[in-house]
Design a protein around this ligand. Structure first.
Ligand SMILES: Cc1ncc(COP(=O)(O)O)c(C=O)c1O
Length: 451
């Protein structure tokens, strides 16, 4: 985990940064408690040991992984300035970096013109997208699938917009026939298309949603918080590929650089296809926007103070690893996909396990076979614990039994939902580690099933 060479790079970069301020008179910085910093940090390190090893390939549970070293270093470097990207006064360089980095993301989606910015994360970014949607269609309903992130319902309630969850098909995607019924009923302002659900990585059929938009007219917001970067990869299934190829036709997109974009938390991003929505943010802040007539990011963002360090980290990462199809960054994601496909195939071929549908991105859900869904659910929890004792960290998810329907064989359907195991294989290293993960999973399963 510890990469000492990177600390040397940080030190050298800090000296370079410092040189830019060499003309200032020297002063004695007041740092209360300076002589106790080392001991306090040592204690902090002790406390931080109480964590799952997110950086290690044997952590194959939730959507968690370490940032790229360049992001971590750029963030740390920027901390010596601590810029605030609310206004140009607070962060001149990092405001420019944010605009460039966000333009890079918009371009990845095929938008040359756009309006967008960074924010705390996917929830805040979706809040802004739905706030804009609500301003444009006051009082109209927001629709998202039953597998969409739980915050869409809550955000709608914060915005006092009516919300309805559309059922999913057996692949965890929004059921288009059900969506049609909803939109035909009228009063729908916005449909949220999830481009990679949190639980299973399922991608809603954008082609179908766009077709319905032609007939019924509504706004489309794409929640690509998790899946957004997968448009760059060359190894998606045909249907999934088609969805990402159509993404430029939606009205707004949310993507989380702090998920697959190699960034520290919190770095979310919202982009709008029509820059004209900037007018909705119009507000006065008489004590803020005085240093420049150029756009201050606070003028197009709901949040006020935001870390310029997040922009520096993202900018540096995109500089090192451009968001290009076939590039190094894309190849890392392709390895995650390969890991997921490999893992799913092993599970499918093994009579001890029950799979759902093949992974669309890099998330695999599965369960141990048993006499009934209830028994399989119990076993899932036990395998989760037995694997953790062997340092393999998976996640547990409660999913509709219908997702597993095609593979249930003689299992008794005594429950409508199945507690299953879930693996987010979001580190490129997972590609080489699937074999080891498979071995440990086998041992943990034997321990539980052999009881
Ligand atoms: C599809 C999707 N949308 C939104 C979110 C919320 O993002 P955040 O946790 O960054 O607020 C998540 C988080 O997992 C997600 O997977």
């Amino acid at each position: 985990m510890l990469d000492k060479a990177s600390l040397k790079i940080l030190f050298e970069s800090l000296e370079r940064l410092d040189a830019g301020f060499a003309a200032l008179p020297v002063f004695d910085a007041r740092v209360p408690g300076a002589n106790r910093v080392a001991e306090t940090l040592a204690e902090t390190a002790e406390r931080l040991q109480d964590n799952y090893p997110y950086f290690h390939p044997l952590y194959a549970g939730q959507m968690l992984k370490p940032p790229h070293p360049v992001a971590r270093l750029a963030y740390a470097l920027a901390q010596w300035i601590n810029p605030n990207n609310h206004a140009l006064d607070g962060g001149r360089a990092t405001s420019a970096m944010e605009k460039e980095a966000v333009a890079g993301i918009a371009e990845m989606f095929g938008w040359r013109e756009h309006l967008g910015h960074l924010c705390g994360g996917g929830t805040m970014a979706n809040l802004e997208a739905l706030w804009v949607a609500g301003q444009l269609a006051p009082g109209k309903k927001i629709l998202a699938s039953e597998q969409a992130h739980y915050t869409h319902g809550r955000i709608s309630s914060v915005l006092q917009l009516p919300f309805a969850a559309v059922p999913c098909d057996a692949h965890g995607r929004m059921d288009l026939a059900k969506l049609r019924e909803h939109v035909a009923g009228g009063e729908v302002g916005t449909v949220v298309a999830t481009m990679g659900t949190t639980a299973t990585g399922s991608v809603d059929s954008l082609a179908g949603i766009l077709e319905l938009r032609e007939k019924y007219g509504f706004r489309i917001h794409a929640d690509a918080a998790y899946g957004g970067y997968f448009g760059l990869v060359g190894n998606l299934g045909d249907e999934t590929r088609r969805g990402f190829d159509l993404l430029h036709r939606v009205d707004s997109i949310v993507i989380d650089p702090h998920k697959h974009g190699l960034q520290p938390y919190g770095c979310g991003c919202v982009v709008f296809r029509d820059p004209g929505v900037g007018r909705l943010y119009k507000h006065d802040s008489p004590y803020t926007y005085f240093s420049s007539s150029e756009l201050h990011l606070g003028e197009i963002s709901l949040e006020c103070s935001r870390p310029g360090a997040a922009a520096a980290a993202l900018w540096a990462t995109q500089k090192l690893l451009p968001l290009a199809k076939g590039g190094e960054f894309a190849r890392g994601l392709e390895d995650c996909r390969k890991a997921a496909v490999d893992f799913h195939q092993r599970l499918e071929k093994d009579a001890r396990f029950l799979t759902a549908f093949p992974p669309e991105l890099d998330i695999v859900v599965f369960a141990p076979c048993a006499g009934s869904v209830g028994e399989a659910s119990e076993r899932s929890r036990k395998i989760f614990e037995a694997a953790a004792r062997r340092n393999l960290h998976l996640a547990v998810a409660e999913l509709p039994t219908s997702f597993f329907e095609a593979n249930l064989r003689e299992m008794k359907k005594d429950r409508v939902s199945l507690t299953c195991l879930r693996s987010v294989l979001m580190k490129p290293e997972h590609r080489e580690w699937v074999g080891r993960i498979w071995e440990i999973l086998g041992e943990a399963t034997e321990e539980v099933v052999g009881q």
